[in-house]
Design a protein around this ligand. Structure first.
Ligand code: HEC
Ligand code: CU
Length: 363
């Protein structure tokens, strides 16, 4: 990126940038106004009420009504002004922390000292993020080592990137251009070099870029390959009848609430899937035994994200059969209805291993 002339503010290039700047301006104005007012009054009063000759001032009347009104006024007005900051800030915070449901998904892995980025469709990049303009973009982020923080000043968003957990960040870019990515959490000697560039492109340009990407298949397809390669499919088959098996059917589970053996419940989300693969003993599903082995050390963070995407692609609360145990035929029907490539991919595998895995469970 070429050097720009000095600017006080970075570009405002996302849908949220305007409101963040507005709140910031309000806070600066309120602070500046009161700092000035108080400084001027201090000087003015110091001069006006300075000690003159041997004149002793009258004692202050502590019960004067005028004084009381003055105190209430100068407490209530600043209280109101700061509550506006609170309410305004909270509303922006809630908007920023809840990605829209239909956002485009991108996966980010932080690592000392780079950003690895993977698109749902399969394209991968390092320290670069290509995205289309005017689309909601949701980042699902994790770290391979220490805490990082994904910060794009022009979008006015940042979020910590934590090892062992998924965090999210979203934005809607509104201006074509190139913008800085910074790591905003000190993460070691080369922290300051953990930078990158976001390329906001027009939709046609983005599609061209995407088409030129890797031919490795979508995240879900790669996750499916990994699922089979790691032998997950020997126990969990997508079209497996839940009532007969020793392993839970993962189909249509994403987004639901899972009952655990210890009587508690947990939400089936990205973090829970990750935890199930790395620490299967920590949360045992009600009605099942603790037989799932750990895959810690066998699968990378990138691989975990792919597995998560594959499990997600097996259908969601709204998209798949839930109450009845899905049979092979029902599953394919559900997948055909939604018709996305990822789900079609899930349906492809469901038929074959189901037959194999069903047998030991039945006998
Ligand atoms: C030896 C059989 C076996 C293998 C192999 C296996 N699992 Fe499991 N899995 C289980 C069992 C049994 C449970 C339920 C008990 C528990 O929670 O540990 C389970 C639970 C899960 C859950 C939680 C499901 C729910 O209903 O809440 C997920 C997600 C999961 N496994 C994913 C995977 C993935 C991904 C792989 C491959 C990397 C895998 N499993 C490999 C047997 C297995
Ligand atoms: Cu970092």
């Amino acid at each position: 990126m070429q050097a720009k002339p000095f600017e006080l503010f970075p570009d405002a290039a996302s849908s949220i940038a305007g409101s963040v700047d507005g709140l910031y301006a309000y806070m600066v104005l309120v602070s500046a106004f009161f700092s000035l007012l108080i400084a001027v009054l201090i000087i003015y009063f110091a001069v006006k009420y300075r000690r003159k000759d041997d004149h002793v001032p009258l004692p202050v009347d502590e019960h004067s009504i005028g004084g009381m009104i003055l105190e209430i006024v100068w407490s209530v007005i600043p209280l109101g002004l700061s509550l506006v900051m609170f309410a305004w800030g909270a509303s922006i915070f809630f908007t920023e922390s809840k990605p829209p449901a239909d956002a485009m998904e991108v996966f980010v892995t932080g690592k000392q000292w780079m950003w690895k980025i993977q698109h749902n469709e399969g394209a991968r990049e390092i320290n670069e993020l290509h995205i289309p303009i005017n689309r909601d973009i949701k980042l699902t982020m994790t770290s391979e080592d220490v805490i990082h923080d994904f910060y794009v000043p022009a979008f006015r968003t940042k979020a910590d990137v934590l090892p062992g957990k998924y965090t999210t960040e979203w934005f809607r870019p509104t201006k074509v251009g190139e913008y800085h990515i910074f790591c905003a959490e000190y993460c070691g000697t080369k922290h300051s070099g953990m930078i990158g560039t976001v390329y906001v492109m027009t939709e046609p340009d983005y599609n061209k870029w995407l088409a030129a990407g890797s031919g490795e298949g979508s995240m879900a397809e790669q996750g499916q390959a990994l699922f089979n390669q790691l032998g997950c499919g020997n126990c969990h088959a997508s079209a497996f009848n839940k009532n007969l098996g020793r392993c839970p059917n993962l189909n249509g589970l994403f987004g639901t609430t899972v009952d655990l053996k210890d009587g508690t419940k947990t939400r089936m989300d990205e973090t829970y899937i990750r935890e199930s693969v790395l620490y299967p003993q920590s949360k045992i599903v009600a009605g099942y035994d603790d037989i799932m082995p750990t895959f810690k050390g066998l699968v990378t963070e990138d691989g975990l994200l792919k597995l998560v995407e594959y499990v997600k692609s097996m259908g969601t609360k709204n998209g798949a059969q839930m109450s009845a145990p899905p049979l092979a035929t029902e599953t394919s029907a559900t997948d055909a209805k939604t018709g996305t490539p990822a789900k079609a991919g899930a349906a492809k595998t469901s038929a074959a291993p189901a037959v194999n895995v069903n047998r030991p469970g039945n006998q």
